[in-house]
Ligand binder design. Structure first.
Ligand SMILES: NC(=O)c1ccc[n+]([C@@H]2O[C@H](COP(=O)([O-])OP(=O)(O)OC[C@H]3O[C@@H](n4cnc5c(N)ncnc54)[C@H](OP(=O)(O)O)[C@@H]3O)[C@@H](O)[C@H]2O)c1
Length: 266
């Protein structure tokens, strides 16, 4: 980001940003990039040891403050722990990134795990933007990033509930972006394709027509597109796929194609 743009970004989305799911993958990368821009950070995830190391590294490398909290976002009272840490600071950017992916044959999957996914991928990304977004509205500035997914654009067999949870985030971001634009708040749903993180490490995606992307590129796209677009997908190949699936295929064709790919992943 150019220095003029960094100042603008800090004015709108600073002085503090909160990143959920910061202990690994895309969330860690968000923390690094936002720290480099000069935002103070609140980092949230369950693994405190990973957050501690990240906090130390970022505070050493940049002139910023970092607060961490080990919170399970599927717990009913998770917001109270986050409030304890954030009630006295100005959080200008929410990166709602924590998520889990549960693939498999729907009726062989465990319902309890699916409900955890609903809590993490739908409930927490509803509660957090409501809490922090309200304060942004009072200040007439801020930004909210939802970490959705390309497969949120279509019904996706064997990722049925995961894709549905990401469709929720896409739709929510589109509606909120419209409601909040005139109040000075930018909303983005980022829709990455396959990305090289812990989430994808346990599955075999070799049958997919695209390569796994690095988290660094995903985050760069998000920070570039916030304020410019409501939906964004990182990577040329992924964007080509989005274009074809929207303009040359209907929903059923997309579902059939992705069903074929996903069946081979687990
Ligand atoms: N990787 C991909 O191909 C891909 C593609 C599209 C979208 N996405 C989305 O990108 C986001 C980040 O995923 P990632 O790929 O970076 O995966 P990841 O490396 O597995 O990161 C997931 C993060 O969420 C946190 N988390 C998981 N369960 C949690 C819970 N119950 N409470 C609090 N935090 C929890 C994890 O931390 P702890 O384990 O320490 O709690 C971790 O920091 C997700 O929303 C995912 O759906 C990923």
């Amino acid at each position: 980001m150019k220095s003029k743009n960094i100042e603008k970004f800090k004015q709108k989305c600073g002085p503090w940003a909160i990143v959920t799911g910061a202990s690994s993958g895309i969330g860690t990368e968000f923390a690094k990039k936002l720290a480099a821009i000069g935002l103070n950070l609140v980092l949230v995830a369950r693994r405190k040891d990973c957050l501690e190391v990240l906090k130390q590294n970022l505070e050493q490398a940049y002139n910023i403050q970092v607060k961490i909290t080990a919170v399970d976002l599927t717990e009913p009272d998770f917001l109270s722990k986050i409030r304890d840490l954030t009630d006295n600071i100005e959080v200008g950017l929410l990166v709602s990134n924590a998520g889990m992916m549960y693939l498999g044959d729907y009726f062989e999957n465990n319902l309890e795990t699916e409900m955890k996914m609903v809590d993490l991928n739908i409930k927490a990304p509803s509660i957090l933007p409501h809490h922090f977004g309200k304060k942004m509205v009072e200040r007439s500035k801020g930004g909210i990033i939802y970490m959705a997914s390309m497969i949120g654009f279509m019904g996706t067999p064997f990722a049925t509930a995961y894709a549905a949870s990401k469709a929720y985030e896409i739709s929510k971001a589109e509606g909120l972006a419209y409601e909040l634009k005139s109040r000075g708040i930018d909303v983005l749903a980022l829709n990455p394709g396959l990305t090289e993180t812990e989430m994808t490490a346990n599955y075999d995606f070799s049958s997919m027509p695209m390569k796994l992307m690095k988290p660094e590129k995903v985050v760069r796209t998000a920070l570039h597109c916030l304020g410019r677009r409501t939906l964004a997908t990182p990577g040329k190949m992924n964007n080509m796929m989005v274009f074809f699936s929207k303009h040359l295929m209907n929903r059923q064709m997309n579902t059939n194609m992705f069903g074929g790919f996903m069946k081979k992943t687990f």
